[in-house]
Design a protein around this ligand. Structure first.
Ligand SMILES: [Zn+2]
Length: 97
């Protein structure tokens, strides 16, 4: 395998989209080629940093499915209504009565 092939395939390698023989060839190439190995290490590090983490992303990621989406929506609406009610009690926004 040549360097440009190896670099072209790196993103798929990180996403684990490659077949066993191609992965084997890439790993063999990276053992022999320090510049590709270093590039791969750098890419891996970047990937780790970009991976969203924490409760905020856990709740908002679309991969959570619609159940979670509606759950979060309900909580947000509840908080918004509470905020509006407390504001209304302090300084009336609307004339309800
Ligand atoms: Zn190389």
């Amino acid at each position: 395998m040549k360097c440009h092939e190896c670099r072209y395939l790196m993103f798929d390698y990180i996403d684990k989209k490659l077949s066993e023989p191609v992965i084997g060839e890439m790993e063999k190439h990276m053992e022999e080629c320090p510049s590709c190995a270093e590039r791969m290490a750098k890419l891996n590090r970047q990937q780790e940093e970009e991976k969203p983490s924490g409760l905020f992303w856990y709740l908002l990621m679309p991969s959570g499915g619609f159940k979670r989406f509606f759950f979060v929506g309900a909580i947000f609406t509840f908080i918004l209504v509470l905020a509006l009610i407390s504001f209304q009690l302090k300084k009336p926004l609307f004339r309800l009565f």
